[in-house]
Each structure stands twice: as C-alpha cells, then as structure tokens.
Design a protein around this ligand. Structure first.
Ligand code: TAP
Length: 509
C-alpha cells in the first residue's frame, strides 16, 4: 500500500479523531492545530526566563566566548537564544578551573558535605521543574508531556539518588577505598539534554570528581540553566563547568591532556573516534552509544498492551531514543492483527505543537536529523520494504516526520540494521523463539530490547539469550536511577545508573 494511504477499517479514525477543534479558532501562528482533534491545551511559556544570550560557565563565572551560535526551536524555526562556542582556549580554561576546584575543595570535602550540595540541587530542580520542562521542549522539540512527566522527574531523581551515595562510597565498595579520578570531561547528545546531563553529573560529583560538561549544539539551553541552578545552590566555583559548542568543542575536551576521564553519550561513529583518540593515553572512558532494539511479541502476549508498548517503544520522543524499540518482531500467527491494530493506534497519535499537552509526537530535533531520517526511509523503500505512514498533517514550519512503519523487511535491509533515530519502525515476523532470538541478536548493537508474552518462563529464557544491556518484559522504556543502563557490542562500554554507575568515577584501592 502506498505511503500515506489508509487501509480500510484499520485506517478509520476513531470518533474523537473526527471531532474538530472545539472552538475552531485555536489556530496558533504556526498552524499547529490545523486538523487536530482536541481543543488546544498549550502549556504556558510566560513563566520561563530565557536570556537572549548565554555565556560559558567556567570557574563559577559567566565567560564570554567570542564566537556565537544560535539555538532554535525545531517546532517553529524561531531563534531561542545565542550561546557561546568554546574554542581551544576556553576548553583549557574550563579544564584548569575544574582541576583547581578538584584539588582545592571538592575532592577534599567529606562525602556528606558533597551530598548536601547535590540534595540542594535536586530540590531546586524540583522547584523549577515546570520551567525547565518548557525550555527542554522548546529547545529540543519533544512533547511537553514527556519533558514534564518523564525527563524532569528523572533528572531530580538522579540527583537525589546519587546525593545519597556521596557519603556511603565505603559501603558501595566494601573492603575497598574509593578515590575520585580527578577532572571528568563529559559530552552529551540532544535527545534527552537535561537527563543526560544528570546521568553524567550526579555520579561524577557524588564521587568527588569535578566536571567540564559539553551539551549538544542544538540543545544547550537546559544545561546552561542547570549551571544557573548550580550557581544558586552555592557549589564551589569550578566544580561544574558548562561549555557550549559543536563537535569540535567536544573533540577538544576529550583530547585535553588534563582530563582524567571521559564520559560520552552519543553516536557509535563518534564513540569510535573518541576511543581512537584515547587509545594509549591511559585515560579512562565510558561510552554510551547507539542502539537498534528488538521488541519481540509472542502470540500469547496481551495484544492491546503490546501495541501500546510498540507505540511507546518507537514513537516516544519521536524515536530519538537510543533504546527505542525500532525493530519489531511479531510471531507469525498474530502478525496481521498486530499490524492492523498498530496502524489504527498510529492514526490516533496527535502530532504537532510540542508545548500542547495533547501532543504525542513532537518535532524532529534538527534539519540535519530530518534529512538523515528521510535518507534512511528512502533507502528502505528502494530496498523493497513496504512503507506505511499515518495520516496526520504536518505543520508548515519546523521539522516533522510522520509516524512510519515498514513491513516485509529483510534482515539485510539498511532500515533493519542502521539506527534511524526517528519515528520509524521496521517490522519482521518469526515462527519460533529460536528464530526470534537469532534475528534479535543479528545487529552490531546491543543496548536494549523487549519481550511480550504471557509466560514468565519464556520471559526468562528469551531475555537471557538476547545480548543487550537492558531488557524489558511486557513493558518498554522504563527508567530508574537505581537501575544500571548501558550496552554491549557497538552500543558502548560501561554502565550509568545504580551502584554500577559509581564504579566508572572512582579508583578503588
Ligand atoms: P553525536 O553526533 O555522536 O554527538 C554527541 C555529542 O558529541 C554532541 O555533543 C556532539 O556535539 C559531540 N561530538 C561530535 N563529534 C565529536 C567528536 N569528534 N569528539 C567529541 N565530541 C563530539 O550524537 P547525537 O546525534 O548528538 O546523538 C544521537 C546518538 O546518541 C544516537 O546514536 C543515540 O543512540 C545516542 N545516545 C545514546 C544513549 C545511551 S545512554 N546509550 C543515550 C542517548 C543518545 P554537537 O552535537 O554539538 O556537534
């Protein structure tokens, strides 16, 4: 069936979907609500304080970088603010500030005192959660429901969790003495900007390290606002430094000879470059990289719940999720039913204004990412897989991509093997559990996966055979700060979260 065309009953919209916007006048200046089925429920951005221009946060001061870059709202194309682009001198300065703070204060401070700073920061994040959620949505394009209900609560939870470990490191590693490593260079991606900052900062600081953090070029704002909170919480100058910029800034940071440890989250391609950069230096690193998770649905699974799990697995955050369930394996006997129900459910997804509380699918993060998705989707069509897209209208401005599925996929197709990092699902079928496991493991990645079945024994058997760091059973995309996260194979090295997330930030004696 051609792209965009709805199939018979499966494509029919449910009743609510046909209802017009209640007031008929809810058109925003970006035409987000055209064709929508609910009255607009926009989250207010009046309470948000955003500066026009941000400097670099180095040594507890705001330092001007001569070169500037703009960050835009991907849902509208509007410029939100300009930020500094840190060149080599600024990277040097940030690393020197972190070194000084490490030697003079932070590493010498008792864990219980470090914990107090982290608890204070966690509380400040909670107080300002609404504002931060709005900024995250404006800068990144993700639906406000996600940034408000998932990102921000998890960010605060991470700081609370690791604050609790700061004075208990002796219990984390019984019989050993945990010493911090020194200055940590941290580079993070754009898909969960604040959450990735929390995953990186909280354990590093709890263990007594100081940090230079580089957020992604397209989503620097919440990291800079976090720096404002770090200032407000009274952290000693230089304990946390935030430098903005593009890939070159990240490269200068990870190559810096006075950085003791590198923590990177991003693509496998850049992860490999970093590994090469650090080879032979003796410096430590952890890499949290890409994924191509298998979501496996057995014929004894509760189908309706599984369909919700599939939708959550691939359309959460527009599929900009390293652990997204981007490969679906359905047991042959229920494949037609699952695909039919999935298509019907996809038609009900609300795509549009990310600040609207009804929105399920927001904007693609950048023009560049949109192009990447288009290229891979075109390659799927060319290779012979069958493409189907739901019928939502796309807003005229900004970057958007319709929820998309491919059926009739072969294991060799690029859309099955490569990380698309967009709202695109490749569907395959299987007959036996062995075939499901074989196909699920046939990928260079090994970050996450999901299994749907009524049988507990099958869950244990299958999950123990899938080579992935995180596996969910009868659910998907669930996160907790106490639970370790990380990959096998080309999905990375090291773990973040939980007790395991402390280990990469300490030397054990
Ligand atoms: P990348 O292009 O790899 O960028 C990640 C970060 O590295 C950005 O801050 C980027 O800067 C910077 N960077 C680029 N080139 C660099 C270099 N040579 N040296 C040092 N830093 C460099 O990834 P992305 O497109 O932002 O993020 C998407 C990827 O992240 C996906 O593959 C996704 O699976 C992965 N991811 C993994 C996880 C976990 S926990 N495994 C979580 C989230 C995302 P600029 O962006 O400013 O250029």
């Amino acid at each position: 069936m051609p792209e965009g065309q709805k199939e018979g009953a499966a494509g029919a919209k449910p009743k609510s979907a046909r209802a017009k916007s209640a007031d008929g006048a809810g058109k925003s200046r970006y035409d987000f609500v055209e064709g929508d089925r609910y009255a607009p429920a926009p989250e207010s951005s009046d309470h948000v304080s955003l500066r026009d221009s941000y400097q670099l946060f180095i040594g507890g001061e705001w330092v001007r970088a001569p070169r500037r870059i703009e960050t835009i709202n991907p849902a509208t194309g509007e410029v939100l603010a300009e930020v500094g682009e840190a060149g080599p001198r600024m990277v040097d300065r940030a690393v020197a500030a972190a070194r000084q703070a490490y030697e003079k204060t932070w590493s010498e401070m008792p864990g219980r005192e470090r914990g107090k700073y982290l608890f204070r920061l966690a509380r400040l994040i909670q107080e300002r959660a609404r504002e931060f959620a709005v900024v995250e949505t404006m800068d990144g394009g993700k639906p406000i429901r996600e940034s408000r209900d998932i990102d921000l609560p998890l960010v605060a939870a991470h700081f609370f969790y690791y604050a609790g470990w700061a004075d208990k490191l002796d219990y984390a590693f019984p019989g050993r003495r945990a010493r911090p490593l020194g200055v940590v260079g941290q580079v993070i991606p754009w898909n969960f900007p604040l959450l990735m900052a929390a995953w990186k900062l909280a354990p590093a600081l709890a263990c007594g390290n100081t940090v230079v953090l580089k957020p992604a070029e397209t989503t620097p704002l919440t990291a800079l606002k976090l720096a404002e909170l770090i200032e407000e919480a009274g952290f000693p100058p230089g304990v946390v430094n935030v430098i903005t910029g593009a890939g070159k800034t990240g490269q200068n940071l990870v190559r810096h000879p006075d950085v003791d440890k590198v923590a990177f989250t991003g693509s496998t391609a850049v992860g490999k470059l970093i590994q090469k950069d650090l080879a032979g230096t003796g410096r430590r690193f952890t890499l949290e990289l890409g994924g191509k998770a298998a979501n496996i649905i057995f014929d004894d699974a509760p189908v309706n719940q599984a369909v919700e799990g599939i939708v959550n697995g691939i359309f959460f955050n527009q599929g900009h999720v390293c652990c997204a369930g981007s490969r679906l394996f359905v047991q042959e006997g229920i494949a037609d039913t699952v695909v039919r129900k999935l298509k019907r459910r996809m038609e009900t997804l609300v795509l549009g204004d990310p600040l609207d509380k009804n929105t399920d699918v927001g904007a693609i993060n950048s023009q560049e990412q949109l192009e990447r998705i288009r290229v891979l989707v075109d390659s799927g069509r060319e290779e012979g897989a069958r493409c189907w897209q739901s019928g939502q209208k796309l807003p005229r401005k900004g970057f958007w991509f319709k929820p998309t599925i491919f059926t009739e996929c072969a294991q060799s197709h690029g859309i099955v093997q490569k990380e698309i990092f967009g709202p695109v699902l490749a569907i395959q079928t299987f007959r036996t559990p062995e075939e499901a496991v074989e196909k699920a493991n046939n990928t260079p990645y090994g970050l996450s996966g999901g299994v749907w079945t009524d049988k507990g024994s099958k869950i244990f058997k299958i999950t123990s055979q899938i080579r992935a760091g995180v596996l969910w059973a009868n659910t998907f995309n669930k996160f907790d700060p106490a639970s370790p996260f990380g990959g096998y194979k080309e999905s990375g090295i090291g773990r973040e979260g939980g007790l395991q997330g402390l280990a990469p930030y300490v030397e054990l004696r």
